[in-house]
Design a protein around this ligand. Sequence first.
Ligand code: PGA
Length: 251
Amino acid sequence: MGQFLLIANWKMYKSLSQAQAFCRDFILLSRGIKKTKVVICPPFTALSTVNASLQNTGIKLGAQDLFWMEKGAYTGEISPVQLVDTGCSYVIVGHSERRQIIGETDKIINNKLKAAQKSGLIPVLCVGETLEERQNNKAEEIVRGQLLSALEGVSVTESNVVIAYEPIWAIGTGINASYQDALEMAGLIRQTLGKISNNKIAERIPLLYGGSVKTENFAAFLQGGLDGALVGGASLEADSFFNIVRLCENA
Ligand code: PGA
């Protein structure tokens, strides 16, 4: 499995029984997939259950967030070490919902990214502009700034980070960015990554698109330049998520 990476972000959805039912159905559907690496990011409450369901499959487990300390008096927080212990190999960092609703700053995101890597988790760093920023021609400046601050002091390689370009105006709105928009931003992201590592590494860092990805619009994104998707709404049902996997398998 390789070539494409599809990450399911379940956000704050699913009971334990719903999570188990998804895994049962999705594992059956996805038997024999070859070109697509799949990561499922359930809410914290379902990590253990999903981890148990995914044993002996090639499907990986990820978390949606983490705290940057390994242990201590941090009521309500979850450490990277605990995530590894629960079977996670990936963790989403800097999702726009956390930046906007919870108020996560670039500094917090930088701390979380470093802590994830230190524990051996692969951070999936989300970057993206608001509609207003795009309309004011600020999209590139914002995304470049988010990347540089999140990766400050980090030595990036093709296997220790994943970048997800998620324009905020496209998340959960039903309005996806065009392939052209995503490709232009992918170019800027790779160029920025090239400056902080080198072009060879930057070319190989997995770069995903996220924002209202569905079967109906994702085929257009598989023409090159992107390595997969971070999928919210369409990852909640085994059928709809598998249809996106199938697009990757057939690309
Ligand atoms: P969406 O969410 O696919 O529901 O737009 C994507 C995300 O927030 O990661």
